[in-house]
Design a protein around this ligand. Sequence first.
Ligand SMILES: [Zn+2]
Ligand SMILES: [Zn+2]
Length: 225
Amino acid sequence: MSTVEETRLLAEGMAAAKAGDRARARELLTQVITINTRNELAWLWMSGILETSAQRRDCLVRVLIINPSNEVAQRGIVALDAQNASTAPAGLAQDQLAGSTSGLAVTCPFCQSQADGTQLDCTACGENIILSCPSCDKPINLWETTRCPCGEGLRHYIFVPEGIDHEGLGQRYAMAERWEAAARQWDRALKEGSHVSMLHRKLAQAYDKIGRGQEAEYHRQVAHG
Ligand SMILES: [Zn+2]
Ligand SMILES: [Zn+2]
């Protein structure tokens, strides 16, 4: 489908949301996200129409993965977390009833399953969800943000929901002389054989940016193989 279609569906979805027709808005925005998982506005509007605070938070996290400086999403997450903190005792009791042993349940930004936020990799899809910052070595939790407080940003290496550009991220670690971390990323790129399809995806992104839509579409299709 074309970007014209994406824009039209987004406009209709936003109009439905404004008119209070949540079901219709959800249907339209879901279509937008199916066309383009990196549509920042679609995720932002989706966050306003979903039922539970967990769902709303997931949408806002998506917005921040796409654009870490989106202030509406930043404020939204702070507000939701403040709400959750005030109802924490009930939440904890539920976790205990469910026999949960994990200290911190998070939503994997790649496969959307509930992951253990204390583990470096998602236990469901195996993708890295906590990375060390190439500049300052502090952990960057991808379920929360792609930007480190030190200013380092990993946004260009993170493709949602496809996965991480392990080759590119390895290069970033290498530039910082972090050879162990670089080797881990490159090893992964080779094992998964994902580097070729990731290159097609990056080419598609580049061609999109410079308005060469046909070439972008070609590389997107090859990437999805
Ligand atoms: Zn996962
Ligand atoms: Zn840092």
